[in-house]
Design a protein around this ligand. Structure first.
Ligand code: AMP
Ligand code: GLY
Length: 443
């Protein structure tokens, strides 16, 4: 069976590896020469991943029996509708269902209309005068989000990126003037206080198979400081929860996602593909920050390596609307750390040579997934995006983190990585902070 995988990042390398474990032959369509995917693929189409017609024609010509779409951009262009019209069952939502991610206003209105629990308070603006009135009359902290796609980088949080009403007004004006995220509209959301977690689930339109919880680290620097990025690394725990999420809170988040699926089905646009909820666990329980309609990057690298079920089989069942009620994952903790170019987040330095001793990483018991690197004459160079990720998988978080560090020691060159991700004392501090938030003591 030939499976098309669209995308050339770390997430797609992990998808490719999982498909290969269940015997698929890989057809890869990607914008960069990802060395890990290239070596695993029987054929590669290099070029723009949003060139839908070109990719569909190529996949058809190569007799693809299944497709899995990694990034959101081709989903926003309707690649799933086009592949399915060409007879290729695809893991990914239709363009209309992808609006859960591509149109933040859509997701919130749907959830509000269907009384889905777990939604923060929000307001929507496309008019400066109304926004000015709102800001001048507000007495609470809020967050500004362009409605379109900004790669997670368009959000401004009060206290982090916004220090005054004047700054909040200026950013709103900028979104309207420059159409940040592709449209002159934005949301204002109450600022939530808590710990973030990611819940990714396979969805077949009706049923959902959750994967273990993971926590991403979006800030560029240690201690969760600096600009937002695509994600610097992530971890998951052996019990598939997180030290700051109780079983009950997990069930609440799952309930939000199940009810979202039901709402999508009832409006005649069932959601099929991977739904990934970004939640903030607050003292009032988990609140949904955003939906994404694809695997998370890096958190896909936490869950796919420990999947014990046959991934290809699950993908088929997903496209046929007959997913099982649950999936099997190893009871292992994982820690993923991204190697990024120096200056990533502000002024990333491309063109730096990276040497990766894959054999030693494997021998240490860790994994390596390539991302946005250039491969030239057998050498790997940084670009302006994340380069590669190492993942430690072990019986507990402490050992998984140590493994990820062992693996990093086998990468040489000029690069940056957040070493604090998954460190026992850092994770403990998050759990303690959550305890304080639950008991309403400020801090
Ligand atoms: P998003 O792209 O919506 O996930 O937002 C990016 C980041 O901004 C999130 O990962 C959070 O860290 C932060 N953020 C978004 N919405 C809120 C909110 N309502 N309250 C506090 N922080 C938020
Ligand atoms: N974990 C960040 C993202 O996939 O958008």
């Amino acid at each position: 069976m030939k499976a098309l995988v669209v995308g050339g990042g770390g997430r797609e390398h992990a998808i490719v590896e999982a498909l290969r474990r269940s015997g698929a032959e890989i057809l890869a369509a990607m914008g960069n020469q990802n060395p890990g995917i290239r070596r695993a693929a029987v054929d590669v189409l290099l070029g723009d991943v949003t060139a839908v017609d070109r990719i569909v024609a190529w996949a058809k010509g190569h007799a693809a029996g299944l497709a899995v779409i990694g990034p959101e951009a081709p989903l926003d262009r309707g690649i799933v509708d086009a592949l399915e019209a060409a007879g290729i069952p695809t893991v990914g939502p239709s363009r209309e269902a992808a609006r859960l991610e591509t149109d933040k206003g859509f997701a919130r209105s749907l959830l509000r209309e269907h009384r889905v629990p777990g939604l923060p308070e929000f307001w929507s603006f496309d008019d400066l005068a109304a926004y000015e009135e709102f800001v001048n009359g507000s007495d609470f902290e809020f967050v500004i989000k362009p409605v379109g796609l900004t790669g997670g980088k368009g959000v401004r949080v009060w206290g982090d990126h916004l220090a005054s009403k004047a700054e909040a007004l200026a950013y709103g004006r900028e979104i309207l003037d420059k159409r940040v995220g592709g449209s002159a509209r934005f949301l204002v959301e109450e600022k939530l206080v808590g710990e973030e977690f990611s819940l990714q689930a396979l969805c077949d339109g009706k049923h959902l198979v959750p994967t273990p919880l993971a926590q991403d680290h979006k800030r560029a620097y240690e201690g969760d400081k600096g600009p937002n990025t695509g994600g610097m690394g992530s971890y998951s725990d052996a019990d598939h929860l997180l030290p700051f999420v109780t079983r009950g809170e997990y069930e609440q988040a799952l309930d939000t996602m199940r009810k979202t699926l039901a709402a999508m089905a009832s409006r005649g646009t069932p959601f099929k593909g991977i739904l990934y909820g970004g939640f903030m666990n607050t003292r009032d329980g988990p609140k949904l920050l955003e939906y994404n309609v694809r695997f998370a990057d890096p958190e896909s690298m936490n869950v796919l390596p420990i999947l014990e079920d046959d991934f290809l089989g699950l993908c088929h069942r997903l496209t046929e609307g007959r997913l099982p009620s649950s999936g099997r994952f190893a009871h292992a903790a994982t820690v993923c750390k991204y190697v990024v170019p120096t200056g990533y987040g502000t002024h990333p330095r491309p063109g730096e040579l990276l040497k990766v001793d894959e054999e030693s990483i494997r021998r240490a018991g860790a994994r390596v997934y390539y991302a946005a690197v250039d491969e030239k004459a057998g050498h790997v160079y940084t670009t302006t995006s994340r380069s590669l990720a190492v993942v430690g998988v072990a019986e507990d978080l402490e050992r998984a983190e140590a493994l990820s560090e062992e693996a990093l020691a086998f990468v040489s060159g000029t690069f940056y990585a957040r070493r604090d991700i998954g460190k026992p004392e850092v994770v403990r501090a998050k759990a303690e902070r959550m305890e304080r938030i639950r008991s309403r003591v400020p801090g």
